[in-house]
Design a protein around this ligand. Structure first.
Ligand code: ZN
Ligand code: ZN
Length: 146
């Protein structure tokens, strides 16, 4: 019996030039970012591309790998502060970066309450990263009163 080879697309990161795997999306790297940079500009700004701004053509894109997104966010904490914690999923024992989240063992599990209604199992359902370690997400614990 032959096994079917898993086909993984590879894309080069626009920033570092390293190969990044595309398992979740065909042309975008896992846990990366796509920045349509021609749309950043405006008349009198750092750059402008009127053909994009008036809708004549689509913006070109920078495609960033996970590590370059993490690097970008680390360099500009004021930008990072505008984002929620737990930006992407990581199921590793050691978090891949400070922006990851992971599900706990009760994530997505339900139980019947005293009225027989199906409700989420109480407790923290996901974890975020603090000082390089996984901690239960406060938001998740608060939602259930624990
Ligand atoms: Zn990169
Ligand atoms: Zn990460």
């Amino acid at each position: 019996m032959s096994s079917v080879a898993q086909h993984t697309n590879i894309i080069l990161c626009s920033a570092c030039g390293n190969e990044a795997e595309c398992n979740q999306q065909k042309f975008y790297p896992d846990n990366g970012w796509v920045l349509p940079f021609d749309t950043f500009g405006y008349y009198g700004g750092f750059s402008d591309d009127i053909s994009v701004l008036v809708g004549e053509r689509r913006s070109r894109e920078w495609i960033l790998c996970h590590d370059c997104v993490a690097k970008l966010l680390s360099v500009f904490p004021r930008l990072t502060a505008t984002l929620e914690r737990g930006l992407h999923n990581c199921e590793n024992d050691t978090p891949c970066c400070e922006f990851a989240w992971r599900a706990t063992s009760i994530f997505g599990k339900y139980e019947h309450n005293e009225n027989g209604k199906l409700v989420p199992v109480s407790g923290a359902h996901y974890q975020v990263v603090e000082n390089g370690k996984w901690i239960d997400a406060k938001e998740s614990a608060e939602a259930t009163g624990e």
